[in-house]
Write a new protein. Sequence first.
Length: 558
Amino acid sequence: MDTFVVSARKYRPATFDTVVGQPSITSTLKNAIRSNQLAQAFLFCGPRGVGKTTCARILAKTINCLNITENVEPCNECESCKNFNTSASFNIYELDAASNNSVDDIRSLVEQVRIPPQTGKYKVYIIDEVHMLSAQAFNAFLKTLEEPPTYAKFILATTEKHKIIPTIISRCQIFDFKRITIESIINHLKYVAASQSVTVDDNSLLIIAQKSDGSMRDSLSIFDQIVSFSGKNIVYQNVIDNLNVLDIEHYFKLTEALIKGNIAAAILIVDDIIDRGFDGQHFMGGLGSHFRNLLMCKDSSTIKLLEVGEIIQKRYQEQSSKSSDAFLIKALELNNQFDFNYKNSNNKRLHLEILVIQLCAINQTQKSELVAKKKPVIEEAAPLKVEVAKGVVIPKTPLTKGNTTQLGRGSISIKDLTSGIKETLQESEPEYKNLPGKAFTEENLQTAWSEYVAANTEESGNYYITISKRKPILKGDFTVSLDLDNKIQEDDILSRKRAILDFLHNRLENYQIDLELNVIQNSQESKAYTPVDKFKKMAASNQSLVKLKDEFDLELEF
């Protein structure tokens, strides 16, 4: 039986032209070889599986080739190329810095550098994961790296450039490798699949490419895994089952429920996702990407940013037309917030359910705000004008309740000044008859009234006592009746009637509500509110008070 070779090794690029996804780097290296301007040291940086070590090997093989082609590629026919292909070259050394990171290892390397190559032009040292070298090893390597022999070339490769000391970086030409695009990975996987006579659809290749996170090596490893699972015929369902990937169909169904505000359907979809064993944070990450793709479909110029197949792209465009920009932006904001707080949540399942409930409420909230904006603006009543007789001077002393301020020869009390308030307010009351009115019950009214009382705890004492002790009654459809004890309470409520009605309108979503005030004339003895009332009440039970007042010529303070 033939020995199996993984695709990552079997289809490893052997020339610059076959390197996937790094055209700028391969072009620069070929131009440096063509013009004979090779640096003594190179630093290849970038994420895993993007071709750093592969490019280092191709560079080492090419500069030692005895018959470089016109396209600056190794010939694969000379002795140097054949030795390289069989891993028998004595001019190319690969060192793993993770296991050779001490000063002694670097000293051994420096000793080898002093010996010139027996065949070929250059001795090339490829040091992988160079960031793993110790600080002492880096310092021991500095001099040799800066002034090596003319035949020595160093190629350092690392995934963590920030861990390399600046003195090493300053002595190298730096090449930053980028993540390989999904399109490039899919095209290379198609080539590999065709070479192995494997049939695979585009959606399956898309999932593999997305799962590899820009790494060609990872994508080829996943491809081998899927082939072992599915055989020569790879289908989409086998890919998502084997890789434990959440099917995009779940996101389409969930978004449909969110747009309609169907909380029950949304929670059932989340339950199905959890039962399948998917991590909540993985789910939220996919949901955020789904919202992002829907938002990209809102403009024809950004549709190209969707890294999906043509069929799925049409589905995104169709669902995007059903959702508003405001919904998608708010959904992205909420999803990001819940994703950030997920790890700190004690009840992960409840955390996800609250997320979908709030997402379902977005459209309903926006509709309510729209209705509130469309509500007609009620102009406030014009300020009360008090006309004073010509020639009468009004002092600067403010008028206070229970106090009489002298105005010229006569006197005007607060009661006289406010005698027209009720009539003025009644004349300026807005008409609510033609505005929208939603039906409500007595229980809804009492709940709304309790909320209004709670919101006015800082009001003046008498007013708060009045609204907290009195409960309104629903008369007819939309008339709210409130019974009061006296005129003072009636004036207090009347002065704030507009605020009360505005609160009830918004809270009960009914703009036809009107407030009716009733002063109840009790048969019982009325309560004393003014100083005169209080004195008369006390004097009725104790005549000595009247005698005391008359003997000392006392006056009551108003």
